[in-house]
Design a binder for this molecule. Structure first.
Ligand code: ADP
Length: 628
């Protein structure tokens, strides 16, 4: 087959461009990325080889080799891993962008990558990082299998690449970088040695390079220590080593927020080294997000993204699990179905939840920062892990009408300081803290000294469906259904007002077909009116969710409540007594309803009509002033 020139996918073109121009100060990571790819490729063929010896072709001396050619100005990273053929190389490098690439490129453009290493860290820059140091990259590869053909892929990173078949004797991949003039430093033995030590020391396969020894003798030397850090004693590992290992497996740039290193013994034996990242990656809510644990069986890498190892709601955890009980030579599918896997999962979940609990109790600030990043994901567990629901509820933090910006409270703290006689946990759901704090529903609660939880996380409304009570106290949305926080005398007064306003309310309801009912409110103190949803009506977040899913929003009409102690409502009632058919009554009814809609953060159906009505009113008030 003759050579073929192909175009990079648009996102990849943009990624290349950004990388070359803005990640300059982090260029050295190219080596980490290429070594990681080589190590992944070796892990894959080694795993295949467990059940299909043929792919090994008698070559299982795993090695990643770095070759420097100072004269040619090239650096080559070779591996004897799984390799690629013409189809997979075209697909893997150049034509298919990973999910999340678009988002990443847009963020980089918005914020600028320089000085923003966290941004880069949230996305494995992978193979393309080679173009940060090279103006041409040549990949020669041959996929595992005795009869397979080799392939050569080449690009100058200018938007196109070529591929063609080429003989290659051995399985594996050689990535050759033709270094840019200003990147020749990466040919130095010292530079390479220190980058490998820094980023790839833990890679369990040898990363080797020819180095000059005494008397100009060239010898191959292994540059990394290849230590499986998770098998070592905690006391023998420094924070720096933990952090570097974390960065290696997560490809994050930021240090983790917490390290959890433990051995499980008894029913199930495994070692685990888990990390809680400090920052949430963009891909956290991708439909294709991965489970961040790498599974090993007796030091042999088996797989990552193992869905049976950790529930989805803990997908932010990164790390390694090494089991001594799982069978080695079975397929990944069979492995995932074993009872042992279930036991490991249980052990991991318990450990993660107890670590979070401890953090919350002993390092509240660190926990608050963690919760800000990952609280939304954790809440998914309220539905999907009913067994641990109580533990998860205990991990939740909320802002309330009484909290300071940096110190949210737990449900326990809320319940412990509930006002005497308070039977329910009051909450209100809103878009953001500022807006929610101004909600008219809070007026009376505030006046009476009740604390109300302000739920502003978009997932809260969904999560509330699974949280009916906590510590025997029911949750109560203060903008829904009936309210019962009044004293006896207030209740009596409310009854009287209901009687007095009955006819007016019936008339207003007739004038307002979009509301279910108009009634006298017992929840307002300064606002004139508000809209109250049905106890089971979907709120604003759920409405958005239904719309985003292309589903019809279940329609329930709200109730319009009027504040009988507001002057406007009092006057309206007085006018009604004087002249039940007065034209202004209908006009005011619709203005009050529209005002309540606005207070609820909703859009008006007909804003022009609203403005016209308002203007007529305003100008009649001015008329009055002028005439007096
Ligand atoms: P990532 O490694 O995060 O998937 P990359 O851009 O680094 O992203 O690589 C894209 C894909 O190319 C890899 O997933 C892998 O399938 C393939 N690949 C890269 N390097 C190698 C290699 N040395 N051997 C075999 N396959 C490789």
């Amino acid at each position: 087959m003759s050579g073929q020139t192909m175009e990079f996918k648009t996102e990849i073109k943009e990624l290349l461009n950004l990388m070359i121009h803005s990640l300059y100060s982090n260029r050295e990571i190219f080596l980490r990325e290429l070594i990681s790819n080589a190590a992944d490729a070796i892990d894959r063929v080694r795993f295949e080889g467990l059940t299909n010896n043929e792919v090994l072709e008698g070559n299982d001396q795993w090695k990643i080799k770095i070759t420097r050619d100072e004269k040619a100005g090239t650096l080559t990273i070779s591996d004897n891993g799984i390799g690629m053929n013409i189809d997979s190389i075209t697909e893997n490098i150049g034509t298919i962008a990973k999910s999340g690439t678009r988002l990443f490129v847009d963020r980089l453009k918005q914020q600028g990558a320089t000085g923003n290493p966290e941004l880069i860290g949230q996305f494995g820059v992978g193979f393309y990082s080679a173009f940060m140091v090279a103006d041409k990259v040549t990949v020669v590869s041959r996929i595992a299998g005795p009869k397979e053909k080799g392939v050569v892929w080449e690009s100058t990173g200018d938007g196109t690449f070529t591929v063609e078949e080429r003989e290659k004797e051995t399985r594996g991949t050689d990535v050759t970088l033709h270094l840019r003039e200003d990147a020749r430093d990466f040919l130095q033995e010292y530079t390479i040695r220190s980058i490998v030590k820094k980023f790839s020391d833990f890679i369990e396969h040898p990363v080797a390079m020819d180095v000059e020894k005494e008397k100009k003798k060239i010898e191959e030397e292994v540059l990394n220590s290849q230590k499986a850090i998770w098998l070592k004693n905690r006391t023998d590992i420094t924070d720096k080593e933990y952090n570097e290992f974390y960065k290696h497996i997560s490809r994050d740039f930021t240090d983790p927020a917490k390290v959890v290193h433990f051995s499980a013994e008894g029913a199930s034996e495994f070692k685990a080294l888990l990390f809680l990242p400090a920052k949430a990656p963009f891909s956290l809510f991708d439909t294709e997000h991965k489970i961040g644990i790498h599974l090993y069986v007796r030091r042999v890498f088996i797989m990552d993204d193992c869905k049976k190892l950790l529930p989805d709601y803990l997908r932010f955890i990164k790390g390694v699990v090494d089991s001594s009980d799982l069978p080695l030579n079975v397929s990944r599918e069979i492995l995932q179905e074993t009872k042992e896997m279930e036991r490991i999962k249980k052990g991991l979940v318990n450990k993660v939840l107890s670590t979070l609990k401890e953090m919350k109790e002993k390092e509240f600030q660190v926990y608050t920062a963690f919760f800000k990043e990952f609280g939304s994901v954790l809440k998914e567990g309220l539905n999907f892990d009913s067994e641990n629901k109580d533990k998860i509820q205990d991990l939740l933090l909320y802002h309330t009408t009484n909290t300071e910006p940096d110190s949210p409270v737990s449900l326990k703290q809320y319940v412990d300081r509930m006002r005497e006689g308070q039977k329910e946990i009051f909450y209100v759901i809103g878009e953001n803290l500022d807006e929610t704090k101004r909600s008219p529903f809070l007026e009376k609660f505030h006046g009476k000294g009740y604390e109300v939880i302000l739920m502003t996380d978009p997932i809260d409304e969904w999560a509330q469906q699974w949280m009916l009570e906590y510590a025997g106290k029911k949750f109560k949305a203060i903008n829904k259904g009936d309210m019962d926080i009044d004293e006896k005398t207030e209740k009596k007064e409310h009854k009287e007002q209901e009687g007095r306003y009955k006819d007016l309310m019936t008339l207003l309801a007739e004038k307002l077909p979009d509301v279910k009912e108009v009634r006298v409110s017992n929840r307002l103190s300064t606002s004139a009116c508000c809209l109250v949803a049905d106890e089971f009506a979907p709120g604003a977040h759920m409405e958005k969710f239904f719309k985003a899913m292309g589903q019809a929003v279940p329609q329930t009409k709200p109730v319009l409540e009027l504040n009988p102690s507001h002057q406007l409502v009092k006057n309206l009632e007085a006018l009604f007594r004087k002249d039940k058919g007065h034209a202004l009554i209908a006009e005011y009814a619709s203005l009050l309803y529209e005002q309540a809609l606005l207070l609820d953060g909703k859009k008006l159906k007909d804003p022009i009509a609203f403005a016209t009505k308002l203007n007529t009113l305003l100008s009649s008030e001015l008329d009055l002033q002028i005439r007096n």
